[in-house]
Design a protein around this ligand. Structure first.
Ligand code: NDP
Ligand code: A1CAB
Length: 281
């Protein structure tokens, strides 16, 4: 295991599942040069996904054992319903008493207790909720660790996720809300961009122009909210709304369309679904 912030020399990172999120995290880690491609192994069943990931220079396999035997940090990046199967694979390959591997799950709703039942000798587990913008190094990730993890493991998680964007540690009970907000959130923002683009096209803009303006507007507004945390979002909005102007006409339309309630409901429903996924484990 690495001893300090810049020491990732002996870190061998494995992924169980090489889908969209594994790729997004790999892009972040390689983009920031936190690890070299030959320190990353991916176990993925689909041949076309192994081929796609090989283009990053990472090692790929379709057998969990060959990855698990090598790696000292393993990220579970399969769908939540596949978790029981891969936990069985891990247990059969790495006996608990000698296992110094750090395990990280990014699976929505899957609790630390499901990953590591209380009556079993505990492995080191971290439950993480990242999001798709890992791909561009602008993820919002949150994590919680079980009691076997130490400061050293917190440092590794911060290093790996930090390469992909912003990271916060939260109590585990908050991770379903994180899943509803930032895990699922990019989809809600994409819907907003899509709708703003359609509106621009309806009013005569070229689609390419409208989609660029819509995405850049979201980026700029997000940057302002991050760079002026002391200003409430309503204050930032009020600065755009000139008296009797265009913006207040638009914000009134959003209010009468139930925009705020729709967004609150979207995050709440996504949170509830994360809790539900956890109960099925
Ligand atoms: N998508 C997102 O934005 C986010 C997703 N997550 C979480 O990340 C996890 C992965 O999601 P995502 O990347 O979108 O899913 P994907 O379906 O894109 O990736 C999972 C991959 O794992 C493969 N797989 C299935 N079983 C095994 C196995 N036993 N061994 C190795 N590989 C296997 C799947 O193949 P096959 O298709 O054949 O099953 C698939 O290619 C989920 O648990 C999700 O909750 C978290 C944050 C954001
Ligand atoms: O939709 C999902 O279940 C996953 C988890 C968060 C984002 N995508």
């Amino acid at each position: 295991m690495p001893q300090n912030k810049h020491d990732t020399g002996d870190l061998l990172l494995g992924f169980l599942g090489g889908g969209m999120m594994a790729e997004a995290i790999i892009r972040g880690i390689l983009g920031k040069k936190v690890l070299k491609p030959d320190s990353i192994y991916v176990c993925e069943l689909l041949e076309h996904r192994r081929e796609a990931l090989s283009t990053f220079g990472v090692k790929t396999t379709d057998t969990a054992s060959s990855m698990l035997e090598r790696c000292n940090v393993v990220i579970l990046a399969v769908k939540p319903d596949v978790v029981p199967l891969v936990l069985g694979q891990i247990s059969s390959i790495k006996p608990k008493s000698q296992d110094h591997t750090l395990y990280v799950s990014i699976c929505a709703g899957v609790t630390l207790e499901a990953l590591c039942p209380p009556l079993e000798e505990k492995k080191m587990w971290v439950r993480v909720m990242p999001n798709q913008p890992c791909v561009v190094g602008e993820a919002a990730s949150a994590f919680a660790m079980n009691e076997r993890c130490s400061a050293k493991h917190r440092q590794i998680v911060n290093q790996l996720l930090g390469a992909c964007g912003a990271v916060v540690e939260v109590p585990e009970k908050n991770l379903d809300a994180v899943t509803g907000l930032s895990g699922s959130g990019p989809a809600f923002v994409f819907m907003m961009i899509e709708a703003m683009t359609d509106a621009g096209v309806r009013k005569g803009l070229l689609r390419t122009v409208a989609s660029k303006l819509a995405a850049q507007t979201v980026l700029g507004a997000a940057k302002m909210a991050l760079e002026f945390p002391e200003r409430h979002p309503a204050e930032l909005r009020n600065r755009v709304e000139s008296p009797g102007g265009t913006t207040i006409a638009g914000t009134v339309a959003l209010e009468s369309g139930g925009f705020r309630a729709a967004v609150i409901n979207a995050v709440s429903q996504a949170t509830d679904r994360s809790e539900e996924l956890g109960k099925h484990k």
